[in-house]
Design a protein. Structure first.
Length: 261
């Protein structure tokens, strides 16, 4: 079994830097001191940095204000992503003081793909990849029902990535209805892939669908030679993932800045 410390080290050295070293096409990346700003034409920006920023106090406040003002000038929202093991430890407090708002904490878990490929038996449910635009719209509609907020952005994202081999949407279908939706996103140049979604309609929970979706995506990862699967999990998902063999390595919280009209 790989230790949590080893998994965290792999995550910090591979998956995290990929946010700014290999961003999506169309992105612009600018480094400002220890942090990186990633901007896209039609979606909010992203800010992150290494585990040790190396700045603190008023110098850190100035750095935060500079990023906030940059996106205010662009009239564009931004997420500054933080992890609980990072330093300085008071970065979240300083982001809040600068007007950023917490979007809630999630637990980061990592599992070994080759240990997660066993699929449980399913009764009347088929796991398959979403192949066309109709599938993608159904996937997003299911996510909207499950999570209680619009997922129109997911349609745009998946249609944009429809021919990208690094993004594979996977659905669970019963009687022609998409009852659970998910995707796997491979991180180029690393041993990591991220598991996203996995939301199941209430009436279909407790039937092994969530686990089956993980197993299907794990097999895709193994076929690609990808070693690690990473999840940013809610408290509902965390215990399930731990039972399946994922290891908790840290927590993450995004802090959002939205310019006022």
């Amino acid at each position: 079994m790989t230790s949590a410390a080893a998994l965290l080290s792999a995550f910090d050295t591979q998956a995290r830097p990929a946010e700014w070293t290999t961003p999506d096409p169309g992105a612009e990346v600018h480094q400002d001191g220890p942090v990186y700003r990633v901007t896209w034409p039609r979606r909010r920006g992203f800010i992150a940095g290494p585990p040790t920023l190396g700045v603190e106090g008023t110098t850190l406040d100035t750095l935060i204000a500079r990023q906030r003002d940059y996106f205010t000038t662009r009239n564009q929202g931004v997420e500054w992503k933080t992890w609980s093991h990072d330093t300085p430890a008071d970065l979240p407090d300083r982001l809040l003081a600068a007007g950023f708002e917490s979007e809630g904490q999630e637990t980061v878990l990592v599992g070994l793909a080759n240990e997660l490929t066993t699929q449980p038996p399913l009764d009347g449910v088929v796991i398959r990849e979403a192949k066309d635009e109709s599938d993608i719209h159904k996937l997003a509609a299911t996510a909207t029902k499950v999570f209680g907020r619009p997922h129109d952005w997911l349609v745009d994202h998946l249609l944009e990535k429809q021919h990208d081999p690094n993004v594979v949407p996977v659905i669970a279908e019963a009687n022609g209805e998409v009852v659970s939706s998910s995707r796997i996103e491979f991180v180029p140049g690393t041993e990591f892939a991220g598991l996203w979604g996995g939301g199941t309609l209430k009436a279909w929970r407790g039937k092994g669908i969530y686990r089956a979706l993980i197993a299907h995506r794990a097999r895709l990862a193994v076929a690609r030679g990808t070693k690690y699967l990473q999840v940013d999990a809610s408290e509902d998902s965390r215990p399930i993932l731990e039972r399946l063999g994922f290891t908790t390595i840290t927590t993450t919280t995004g802090y959002a800045w939205t310019p006022k009209p």
